[in-house]
Design a protein around this ligand. Sequence first.
Ligand code: ZN
Length: 380
Amino acid sequence: MIGSYNMKVLYCKKCIISNLKPNNDLDDAGICTACKNQITKKTIINSTQKTILRSSFKNILKKNSIKNSKYDVVVAVSGGKDSIYQIVQLKKFTSKILAVCVDFGLRTEVGEHNLQLIQNELNVDLIKFSLKKNIIKKLALYSLEKHGDPDLFNHPLIYNIPPIIAKNFGINIVVYGEDPRIEYSNTKLKNIDTLINQKFDKNYFENFVSHSRINLLSILRKLSIPLEERAYFTYQKKLKSLKILFLGNFFKWDSINNYKIAKKIGFKENKTSEGTYRKFVNVDEDWNRVHHYLKMLKFGYGRCSDHAAEDIRKGYLTRNDAIKLVKKYDTQPLSKYYKKRICEYLDISEKKLNYILEKFRNKKIWIKINQKWVLKYPLK
Ligand SMILES: [Zn+2]
C-alpha cells in the first residue's frame, strides 16, 4: 500500500520499476510481478508448450471461424510497429482479417503512413473508427482536468470498439497485441490456461476494459454524452461470447523484434524522441506523450522507465545502463510541440494547460531545489 507514501520508495531489484507504479507490486525479495511473469513466460514458451500454444491458436481460429464469411478475425491496430507485427503473424494463419483502428484524435503523419501500410502493403481491409470531435474534446478535457489523464476514455474505446465491430460483422475473434496485465502489471501468470482462455465477459470488462476505480458512466452522464455514444464505453452482454486473443500470449512478444519486422514492411519511426530513448514508439498519436508526462508527475516514473524495464526483462539492457537512460530521459519536460498540439485540439491556452499539469505534481515525491523540481527518492 503506497497510498500514504509513509513507506520508502523502493525499486525492483531486477528491473527499475518502483513501488509507486500502480498495479505492479514488489515481493519480499524486491522483485516486481512483471519481472516474475517474464520468467514464468520464458519457461512456458521455451518448453514443449510452445508447440501447444501455437496449435491452440490455430485451433481457436479454426473452431471460431464461420464458413463462407468474409473475415475470421478482427485485429485492433493503431499504426505502431506492433500493429504491423500482429498482421504479419496473423497472416500465417488466415488471410481473412479485418483491421480496426480507434482514432481518438491528435493522429500524426507518421502514424497515418504506418496505418496505410496495412491496406497498401499487407493487403488487409481496415476500418478507422472515430467519435465526433466535440465528444472526444469534452471527454479528453474533463479527464485531463479532473484525473490528470487525457487518455482515460481512450482505453475503454480501444478494448470495446473492435469487439462491437466484430459482432456487427459476425466475427467471433478479436486479436490484440500483448496482454498488458501479464506483460506489465499485477496479474500473476500461473499456467498456460491463463494465456489462452479470455472471453469478453463482465469480469474482463470490469477489471480490464473499464477503469475499476473510476465510474466512467457517471462522468458520461455528467457531461451529457448522448445515450447512443455512452454505449461505446459500457458493457454489452451481446459481446459475451467473443473470444479475445492476445498475440503476445501465444508468440514471441518483443518490441525490438516487432520493430525490425515492421521496418521491413515500410514502418516509419519518429525523427526524435522525447521522454524516452526509443524513437519507434508513440508514433501514431500525440496524447500518449502527455499521458506519460503526467504519469511522471503523479508517480515519479515516466516512459523511459517503462521501456528500460522492458529491455532489462528481455535481456537488451543491464540495470546500470537502464539507470543512466532513466536519468537522461524520464524527467524531460513536455516540449512546445506537444503543448501546442494539445492546446489547439482542446481549445485552451498554454497557461491553462500548464496550470492543469502542475496541479498533478505529487508533492510527496517531488521537491523544489534552486527553482527546479527534482524527485525526492530518485532511482540509484
Ligand atoms: Zn521488475
